[in-house]
Design a protein around this ligand. Structure first.
Ligand code: AKG
Ligand code: FE2
Length: 241
């Protein structure tokens, strides 16, 4: 299959159209997010969607969360370069498929590397959300094998879903700003700075950098009425032991 993949050479052809613009959000304290809405051309992204939907050996594993067994609320698969330490999350160790098993994934990885000069990724966690009942709950991707400041590059296909970042508990920035007020007068409401939402478009790229996994949680919440499939690829760098 030749998908003629290139990262969209001009992801922002009309500078007036903010919806198409690459956006960098400084989350403070060394955390940042980059969002590229048109990372892949629309039609190419649909070809990838169809390939991934039909050729990836999706599974829905049983996880152990807070001592309880539950079925992961989305399909998953894992691909990694040979010789890397195993990924284990929520008591589950996915089988690591090879990049050679799924050549189009190497093309997407190349495009991500091209878009992010200086960044390297050697593993990929794939997720398939079959409809609005499928989701990923609040978490951070802070497994030890990614080191202290993991960079995660996330490419989305198909149904648009909300991706929400929320500051880990501790003081919200509004509370921090009102440190000089008596405690009773402090607002308990978190400020807008403590949550950011992205509607992840078909063919988009979102990158989390720096301290984002240390200081922030992220989720893709359930959405009533959503009935179509979304596929998401998160590229990560597993550090060699
Ligand atoms: O589906 C997404 O956009 C996010 C997936 C995610 O957070 C993860 O796989 O760790
Ligand atoms: Fe994540």
């Amino acid at each position: 299959m030749n998908l003629m993949l290139k990262a969209n050479p001009n992801p922002n052809p009309n500078p007036k159209d903010d919806a198409k613009k690459t956006r960098t959000v400084d989350l403070g304290n060394g955390s940042s997010v980059i969002y590229v809405p048109r990372f892949l051309a629309y039609d190419v992204a649909w070809e990838f969607f169809n390939y991934l939907d039909n050729h990836i050996p999706w599974t829905r594993p049983t996880l152990r969360v807070f001592g309880r067994s539950c079925t992961q609320p989305r399909d998953t698969c894992y691909v990694a370069s040979a010789g890397l330490p195993d990924l284990i999350y929520s008591g589950y160790q996915p089988h690591a498929y090879s990049w050679d098993d799924f050549p189009p994934l190497k093309d997407i990885l190349d495009a991500v590397h091209k878009m992010l000069p200086g960044s390297t990724f050697n593993s990929l966690l794939l997720n398939r959300y079959k409809g609005g009942n499928d989701y990923v709950g609040w978490h951070s991707d802070d497994e030890k094998l990614y080191g202290s400041t993991p960079e995660i590059a996330s490419v989305s296909f198909g149904c648009e879903r909300d991706f929400i970042l929320k500051k880990k508990s501790g003081k919200s920035s509004q509370e921090r700003r009102s440190d000089d007020k008596p405690p009773l007068k402090r607002s308990r409401k978190s400020s807008q700075d403590d949550q950011h939402s992205f509607m992840l478009k078909h063919g988009s790229l979102l990158v989390m950098r720096g301290n984002t996994q240390r200081d922030w949680l992220h989720s893709v919440p359930k959405r009533a009425k959503v009935e179509t499939i979304r596929i998401n690829l998160t590229f990560r760098l597993v550090l060699q032991e």
